[in-house]
Design a protein around this ligand. Structure first.
Ligand SMILES: C[S@@+](CC[C@H](N)C(=O)[O-])C[C@H]1O[C@@H](n2cnc3c(N)ncnc32)[C@H](O)[C@@H]1O
Length: 232
């Protein structure tokens, strides 16, 4: 899919210079809410690829059927739900996000069973009652400025034994914060796996965005990684 570079540049600037303009995690979630109605267009214009790739991996590794329950952590406007339905998934999808504005758009898609507003913090419990999911995915949420690496552990408390957890994140190391976040996430995953609680079943290096205005050549994709784990 070829992108209109001028449109992409405008959308990139809107995202990084107009939308994500708070220094705090809570403030950033509010920023998403304020721009929720424009979010899908912005990220379409920069060639956001991760929800589609993550949905494919969920279908490949999740053993999902009509009785399955999937949780989308940081569901935003519900793009992952759309991609799962496009691939023929007919089971339940729940979503959780800190922004009511983003969730309102997700709700309008009528693809999710429950949508929960919760601001995630280190080592918090997910506000999903006693549901043990077949699969949990989080796309574009774990990052230096959003949800921290320690929240990974919480996800495993809400997935069945044998179930899948997929974390899809940007690996473009543009700031020291990004580099530190990626190292911390790797340490956290290693520690979960070393304790025998899960194992890595796939790591897909892929394009996060189709463009990258952080880099010298913006026409090259911004890299991302989909990390797939299976709970023991
Ligand atoms: C880049 S968007 C990704 C949304 C969706 N997963 C997608 O791929 O389009 C990041 C989302 O994470 C949510 N978020 C960021 N930090 C959060 C936090 N600490 N707790 C809950 N949600 C958070 C934002 O509200 C936003 O909807």
């Amino acid at each position: 899919m070829s992108l209109d570079m001028e449109k992409a540049r405008v959308a990139w600037n809107l995202i990084y210079n107009d939308m994500l303009v708070s220094d705090t995690e809570q403030g950033l979630v509010e920023c998403y809410g304020q721009h929720a109605v424009r979010y899908d267009q912005y990220i379409k214009d920069i060639g956001y690829r991760m929800p589609a790739k993550t949905a494919k991996l969920l279908m490949k590794y999740g053993n999902l059927g009509p009785e399955s329950e999937v949780l989308d952590v940081g569901a935003g406007t519900g793009i992952l739900g759309t991609k799962l339905r496009e691939l023929g998934y007919r089971g339940e999808i729940d979503g959780l996000d800190g922004s009511s504005g983003m969730l309102k758009i997700a709700e309008s898609r009528k693809l999710y069973r429950n949508l929960v507003q919760q601001f995630l913090t280190a080592d918090c419990a997910l506000d999903v009652g006693d549901v043990m999911y077949d699969a949990i995915a989080s796309v574009g949420v774990f990052s230096a400025v959003h949800v921290g690496a320690s929240v990974t552990r919480c996800l495993f408390n809400h997935v069945k034994s044998g179930g899948v957890v997929i974390i899809s994140y940007r690996v473009n190391e543009t700031t020291i914060g990004d580099t530190e976040f990626i190292a911390e996430l790797k340490d956290t995953i290693n520690s979960i796996c070393d304790k025998g609680k899960a194992s890595v079943i796939a790591e897909l290096s892929t394009d996060f965005f189709g463009v990258n205005f952080f880099a010298d050549d913006p026409s090259k994709p911004c890299p991302g990684l989909c990390l797939c784990l299976r709970k023991t």
